[in-house]
Design a protein around this ligand. Structure first.
Ligand SMILES: Nc1ncnc2c1ncn2[C@@H]1O[C@H](COP(=O)(O)OP(=O)(O)OP(=O)(O)O)[C@@H](O)[C@H]1O
Ligand SMILES: [Mg+2]
Length: 289
């Protein structure tokens, strides 16, 4: 399934791009930095992103599996957050940003003009670097999404979604008796788990996490890593991290970005023990970045 940069594969990709046949293609060529074969939940082909005249991502193609954690690593400014935002079309909200190429989820083109972006953002949840609970109660933080998406027919159903989301996010025990308290009254680590509960509450398929632990202490970080490991059984998780140790501990797949290009992708153990690219090796051994 995977070939690195062979000329005939390149021309086949171009043919697929032209004919729009990528999603249904029996063979999925990954032209750059490809690792071993993977069945993709999220598939990107030839993604370019510009902010005004400045190109932030160049020809990014990647396959991201379901039920696994994929880590995006690379030096600051290399385009990790930009690519993450492409997957739920958050870049649409930046007026200067322009995205081209193709991104599919389960074969469906998420840049199809007929696609409902609100629905997409329910399917693709996001957790940010800094916990950002709404200035509302713990209960309302989690109930908000299911309510606007009409996921509960009545109060008991909504209560059920809130409680199970808090449970899955590993927070229920700590907040069961204080659901009416403000979300912002929680500790940083608890707030981040609340944000994860909020993301889970709308039953997403994909969860994007942009440096979810960088504002947390080691104990809260360990708790979130444990949680991510549990969640991967049911979700496709993509996590940006600056911590090599964290990528190695938590992810099964890793993609290394540098200066807007995806340099190498593959199984995390292979990337960390046997990187094929010199730039990857330099980065993971701390030589730059
Ligand atoms: N809203 C924006 N407007 C203009 N340029 C932007 C915008 N957001 C990002 N960029 C530029 O795009 C490039 C990629 O930025 P991005 O935030 O994706 O990098 P990153 O890999 O997430 O970095 P970090 O590790 O520091 O978070 C950078 O050169 C950045 O300056
Ligand atoms: Mg970033």
């Amino acid at each position: 399934m995977v070939v690195t940069g062979a000329a005939d594969e390149g021309s086949r990709m171009n043919e697929q791009v032209r004919t729009g046949d990528i999603a249904g293609a029996a063979v999925s060529a990954l032209p750059r930095g490809a690792g071993p074969a993977v069945t993709a939940k999220v598939r990107a082909r030839h993604v370019d992103v510009f902010y005004g005249d400045k190109q932030a991502l160049k020809d990014v193609s990647v396959d991201i599996p379901a039920r696994a954690v994929t880590a995006f690593i690379g030096p600051s400014g290399c385009g990790k957050s930009t690519f993450l935002r492409c997957i739920n079309r958050m870049n649409d909200t930046i007026p200067t940003s322009r995205v081209s190429g193709q991104i599919t989820i389960d074969g469906e083109d998420i840049y199809d003009p007929r696609l409902d972006v609100v629905q997409l953002r329910a399917r693709v949840g996001m957790v940010f670097q800094k916990p950002n609970p709404f200035p509302k109660s713990i209960y309302e933080n989690v109930a908000y999404g299911p309510r606007i998406h009409g996921l509960a027919r009545n109060k008991p159903e909504l209560d059920g979604i809130v409680m199970s989301s808090l449970e899955k996010a590993g927070l229920l025990k700590e907040v069961r008796d204080r659901l009416g308290d403000s979300g912002t009254s929680l500790s940083g680590g608890q707030q981040q788990r609340l944000c994860i509960a909020r993301a889970i509450a709308v039953s997403p398929e994909v969860i994007l996490m942009d440096e979810p632990c960088s504002a947390l202490d080691p104990i809260a970080t360990a708790r979130i890593e444990e949680l991510i490991d549990e969640l991967r059984e049911n979700y496709c998780i993509i996590m940006v991290t600056h911590s090599m140790q964290q990528a190695a501990r938590v992810s099964q797949r890793t993609a290394f970005f540098h200066l807007g290009e995806l340099i190498e992708q593959g199984d995390t153990t292979d990337i960390f023990t046997n990187p094929r690219n010199r730039q990857t090796q330099d980065y993971i051994t701390g030589r730059y970045g």
